[in-house]
Design a protein around this ligand. Structure first.
Ligand code: FUL
Length: 450
């Protein structure tokens, strides 16, 4: 490894987003009222009529569950707009809701801003209603106009989420999306907004199960439009999108198919716990509210996380290391602070950090975090426990990144050691922690999706 090599680092916006860990996704629109997942674009806007819509409820529930970003589907593939766009009548203004004077995006944005929730929107480039779709230059202009409305009139936007779906237009031609021109509108109007999925700032993890890879690098070949590229590489962190229900939109018949707490926790460990952000979809119902079973599950989700991570058993314990740089002592990895880290002097092959727990201590989750503001560096690590005579293997892992959580069988030890066996540059370990998570009713903690 070349110590002078410039490392790819996150932008401040990418860093804030990753630190937040949890983003709520809200799929809501005409499909909510037609009981479909994909509309055809021929739906009657008069069907859109939520009886008790309250975006403050969405935001309150999300915030209570620990979510700090929320993304609403301003327009899905059917083309129906949740805001009164000047460029089409296929929107809330043609609906009976609030006498055609309503604006869901406005209510959502206001609720987010009032609560300090970061706000984003999903805008489907694929539009099955808009007549200009397929006539590439004309539709690209229509799309940029819609983006301009959403980015100009609703306050700060933290994330714009682009799905890649692309069908034929009414003229039988395939629309060619002019991505660079879309990005230019976003960069100009909302320079702090992250552009996700079909965009350069946040990468789709590659499935809709909420599961990242065991090895998840935030540094990737640079996508078009990236702001952090060095030598063809860029900071391009993974986001895991998954719905709390089988579908993305609300359907009455799925009220009893909300994912179990055990399944959600498995998703959490395999997304947030694998250096990714979890984008969890919780769709409002025909009343315009998050449904009771989903709200209940989100409460359980929060309560479980609070309990599982209430006490870091390594916090403040005596720590020593194979070596440490000045201002980066071993103790900094167990001080509970986000801005300090342990970093080895860089001379040994496999630097290690040892925590003396002072007494036999039982845990079943280990945590490691890198100080990613300075890049992602660790390629391989192992965790061992001291049995009084020798070090016993417990975890063998690869990348760490922002956060790596490993679930292990209940283990009792008085000393635990983290060894970094391979790294791309001198590692900076922000945290090393140990937790005893309670069992989940109906499933062991280690159990996967039911
Ligand atoms: C997909 C869409 O086709 C789904 O309807 C949903 O919006 C999901 C998040 O992205 O590609």
């Amino acid at each position: 490894m070349d110590p002078n090599r410039a490392l790819v680092k996150p932008t401040p916006q990418q860093l804030a987003w990753q630190e937040a860990e949890l983003t709520l996704f809200l799929h809501f629109g005409i499909n909510t009222f037609t009981d479909r997942e994909w509309g055809e674009g021929t739906e009657d806007p008069r069907l859109f009529n939520p009886s008790r819509l309250d975006a403050r409820q969405w935001v309150r529930v999300a915030q209570e569950a620990g979510f700090r970003y929320a993304i609403l589907t301003a327009k899905h593939h059917d083309g129906f707009c949740l805001w009164p766009s000047r460029y089409t009548d296929h929107s809330v203004k043609s609906s009976p809701w609030r006498d055609g004077k309503g604006d869901v995006v406005r209510e959502f944005a206001d609720a987010c801003h009032a609560a300090g929730m970061k706000m984003g929107f999903y805008l489907s480039p694929w539009d099955r209603h808009e007549p200009s779709y397929g006539d590439s230059p004309r539709y690209n202009e229509y799309f940029r106009n819609q983006l301009t409305e959403l980015l100009s009139n609703y306050g700060p936007v933290a994330e714009v989420w682009f799905d890649g779906a692309c069908g034929e237009g009414p003229n039988g031609k395939r629309q060619e999306y002019d991505w660079p021109s879309y990005y230019a509108v976003i960069r100009k109007l909302q320079p702090d907004a992250l552009i996700a999925i079909c965009g350069p700032d946040v990468r789709w993890v590659g499935n809709e199960d909420g599961v990242a890879r065991e090895t998840e690098w935030s540094v990737q070949p640079a996508p078009v439009g990236s702001r952090s590229a060095i030598d063809g590489k860029a900071w391009y962190p993974a986001e895991c999108d998954v719905s709390i229900r089988p579908g993305w939109f609300w359907h009455a018949h799925e009220d009893d198919k909300v994912k179990s707490l055990a399944h959600l926790m498995d998703i959490y460990f395999k997304s947030v716990g694998r250096n990714s952000v979890l984008l969890l979809n919780v769709p409002p119902n025909t009343e315009g509210l998050l449904a009771a079973p989903d709200v209940q599950r989100l409460r359980e989700f929060r309560a479980y996380l609070d309990q599982a991570f209430a006490e870091d058993l390594a916090r403040g314990k005596r720590a020593k290391a194979s070596s440490a740089r000045r201002n980066a002592p071993a103790a900094a990895a167990v001080d509970g602070r986000a801005r300090t880290y342990w970093s080895p002097a860089g001379t040994e092959d496999a630097p290690w950090l040892e925590v003396d727990l002072g007494k036999p201590t039982t845990f079943n989750v280990t945590l490691a975090q890198e100080f990613i503001a300075e890049g992602q560096r660790v390629e391989e690590y192992r965790i061992e426990t001291w049995d009084g005579t020798a070090w016993q293997p417990l975890v063998q892992g690869t990348t760490i990144g922002h956060k790596k959580l490993d679930r292990v069988p209940e283990t009792t030890a008085s000393k635990v050691r983290l060894t970094l066996t391979r790294a791309q540059a001198t590692p900076l370990i922000r945290a090393f922690g140990l937790y005893l998570a309670p069992p989940i009713e109906g499933a062991g903690l280690g159990a996967g999706a039911p």
